[in-house]
Design a protein around this ligand. Structure first.
Ligand code: UGA
Length: 457
């Protein structure tokens, strides 16, 4: 996807300051610039700002470098390391700084509140401060308190950008959520997005803050549900892919987020589920469903490691595991809370040697052999684990893999490979929630897929 895949809009004359040039801030800055606003994006890291001025985006996000470069060339997007001077001229200031978890799971608001303290006295009269960072219920009021300005409205406008598809999610959102105690400020923020077609939900600030956590916690819960069902499918001889297809065809359920895997990860779901549990507890409310989703997810990673270890030939003193993929999902170079990283650590602790190939990872990682191609990672391996759903793994030369591996088992935690092709290469296939024997899969295809095909013809 390139920047010019999206219609660019004429200049609006509106000045926007985006504080924080991470995944969220940079996408928002580039997106708002494309919508015609004049955007200045800040970051405390001078070196990041220097690189961004040269169009170098410090993380993998499809299409973003093109849009950043284009918007800079059009003088719609500039970068600064000074929050105060950047915010002083802005009609809107977006707070896109991190809210990392504290020890008990609560979101650490230090960066958000520090910035509010810092910029408060310098904002121009009538400016609007917009919280984009995922923040607990009540943060809008805290920000207003820190700004200490009766003429400045605070608006919650949570982001729903997934890494890897962030630009697409910006330009084609399912909805825009705007929460404020000032309808005028809410409408002003809504008008910033007037080039986009989607529902705009205007509500109070606390509700908007909660919508973000509710959405992430629901998606995470849905994934824990499907991962548990995958276990049941394995035990009962059913196929989770068809269970998901059957469920997802119900319009009330929908097909997205029903792919089982090694557990959900990334910088958002793990942090936000824990924070939501904590927010609820602070209000005297228990959320057992979300607690279970978190527990199931924690157990999931160890269950995958147990599965891998059971495939190691008996009594092998130091087994070698090949791992394809290290990022928490495909399309990103982000390792934060990656199930693959958790599995590597557990495998190392169990005495295995681990050889990893991931298209985005080239740096040394303690105790791990980082390989430069997927076949080198398989050299002498007893088990091959597919940990991330990078599409190129599905096109691998499996006969070559068979030749260079010492063992014969492929544990595919993403159901990415074609089981029949793995079997014909002389390897044994273990997916998640799918029959492990090709004959079982073939039986299911005959009995389930054919009647569906007949019905739809
Ligand atoms: C998530 C949300 O999808 C965004 O809407 C939200 O804005 C973002 O968090 C955030 O709060 O900033 P992200 O963490 O980038 O985005 O990634 P997702 O695509 O949601 O995937 C999360 C995890 O679920 C990954 O580990 C992924 O592998 C896993 N997943 C996803 C599955 O295991 N199966 C699926 O079917 C879908």
């Amino acid at each position: 996807m390139r920047g010019n895949d999206f219609a660019q809009h004429g200049a609006t004359g509106i000045q926007v300051c985006v504080i924080g040039a991470g995944y969220v801030g940079l996408t928002i800055a580039a997106g708002l610039a494309s919508l015609g606003h004049t955007v200045i994006c800040t970051d405390t890291s001078e070196s990041r700002i220097r690189r961004l001025r040269l169009g170098r985006v410090p993380f993998l996000e499809e299409g973003l470098p093109d849009v950043v470069t284009e918007m800079q060339a059009m003088e719609r997007l500039t970068f600064s390391s000074s929050n105060i001077s950047a915010a002083a001229d802005a009609d809107f200031v977006f707070l896109c700084v991190p809210t990392p978890p504290k020890a008990g799971g609560a979101a650490d608001l230090r960066h958000v509140l520090d910035v509010a303290n810092q910029i408060g006295p310098f904002l121009k009269p009538g400016a609007v401060v917009v919280t984009k960072s995922t923040v607990p219920v009540g943060t809008g009021d805290l920000v207003a308190g820190r700004l200490s300005r009766t003429d400045i409205a605070v608006v919650a406008n949570p982001e729903f950008l997934a890494e890897g598809t962030a630009l697409r999610d910006f330009f084609r959102p399912d909805r825009i959520v705007i929460g404020s105690n000032s309808l005028q400020a809410a409408n002003a923020v809504a008008s910033l997005y007037s080039g986009l077609e989607c529902d705009v939900i205007v509500t109070d600030i606390r509700t908007a803050e909660l919508i973000k956590y509710a959405s992430n916690a629901y998606l995470a819960t849905r994934l824990s549900f499907i991962n548990s069902l995958a276990d049941l499918c394995e035990a009962a001889g059913a196929d989770i892919r068809d269970v998901a297809r059957g469920m997802g065809s119900d319009r009330r359920i929908g097909p997205a987020f029903l792919r089982p895997g090694p557990g959900w990860g990334g910088s958002c779901f793990p942090k936000d589920t824990r924070a939501l549990i904590r927010i609820a507890a602070d209000h005297g409310v228990d959320l057992p469903l979300v607690r279970s989703a978190v527990q199931i997810n924690n157990d999931r990673k160890s269950a995958m490691v147990r599965r891998i270890l059971t495939e190691i030939p008996d009594g092998h003193p130091q087994p070698t595991i090949a791992m394809w993929g290290l990022t928490y999902k495909a399309g990103t170079d982000d390792l934060r809370d990656s199930p693959a990283v958790a599995m590597v650590n557990d495998l190392l602790a169990a005495g295995a040697a681990v050889q990893v190939f991931d298209p985005t990872q080239h740096e040394r990682i303690d105790g791990v052999v980082i390989c430069h191609d997927m076949y080198t990672a398989c050299q002498g391996a007893h088990v091959l684990v597919v940990a991330t759903e990078w599409p190129q793994f599905a096109d691998a030369d499996l006969s070559l893999v068979r030749k260079i591996m010492a063992g014969q088992v492929v544990v595919d935690t993403r159901n990415l490979l074609n089981a029949a092709a793995v079997h014909s290469a002389g390897l044994r296939y273990r997916g998640v929630g799918v029959p492990s024997k090709v004959s079982d899969a073939a039986r299911l295809l005959e009995t389930v897929r054919e009647p569906l095909a007949v019905m739809s013809s």
